[in-house]
Design a protein around this ligand. Sequence first.
Ligand SMILES: Cc1cc2nc3c(=O)[nH]c(=O)nc-3n(C[C@H](O)[C@H](O)[C@H](O)COP(=O)(O)O)c2cc1C
Length: 190
Amino acid sequence: MEFYDVVEDRKSSRSYKPNPIENEKLYRILESLTFAPSWSCQNCLRVLMVDEGGLIKNIAGCVNEENPAQEGLIEAPVVMVMCADPAGAEEIDSKEYYMCDCGIAMEHIMLAACSEGLATCWIGLFDEHKVKSILEIPDNIRLVAISPLGYRNEAGGTKKKKKSIKDIAYYQKWDNELVFKKEDCLTTEE
Ligand SMILES: Cc1cc2nc3c(=O)[nH]c(=O)nc-3n(C[C@H](O)[C@H](O)[C@H](O)COP(=O)(O)O)c2cc1C
């Protein structure tokens, strides 16, 4: 798939087929992680790939039942847990950069998965302490995201309406509207 097609096609899926994932696809998805930028190139993140049914069920038990992503987590053949050692990235001006590393890494995974015909759903709300205990993750490691990985159920996931460029991009200064005069030229003029 072309890059912009992948970006446009990706959407969170909350329902999965039980079909297993081909190893070469898993490999390529994980390889995409190795190309991600990270704080000082420290690569402080780690991702756990879980495909054991009992473990997946236990992880799903750490997600609140009211969370719309919980069911998909149980259905998917693989669950990924994105972790990081905060000591491997600095905190400056109250910004903890390991969170950025994990966010970028998640996006690499989610786009790579999409280009392989697979689906994901970032889950940010879960009982971190319990998941750490289930997966025997050391105390110093933080868990940033969990995501199911698998083939989307046809019914699963609808494309959300996003903000337009003019809602999220300003020109030169804060709140200054950006419009495209020509395709190749940024300006505030119509
Ligand atoms: C930091 C973060 C945390 C999220 N946590 C959850 C979650 O706990 N449960 C859930 O169903 N979706 C979660 N999502 C997915 C968002 O709801 C989803 O990305 C958003 O609605 C846009 O839809 P789309 O991914 O299909 O474009 C999370 C996304 C992000 C980036």
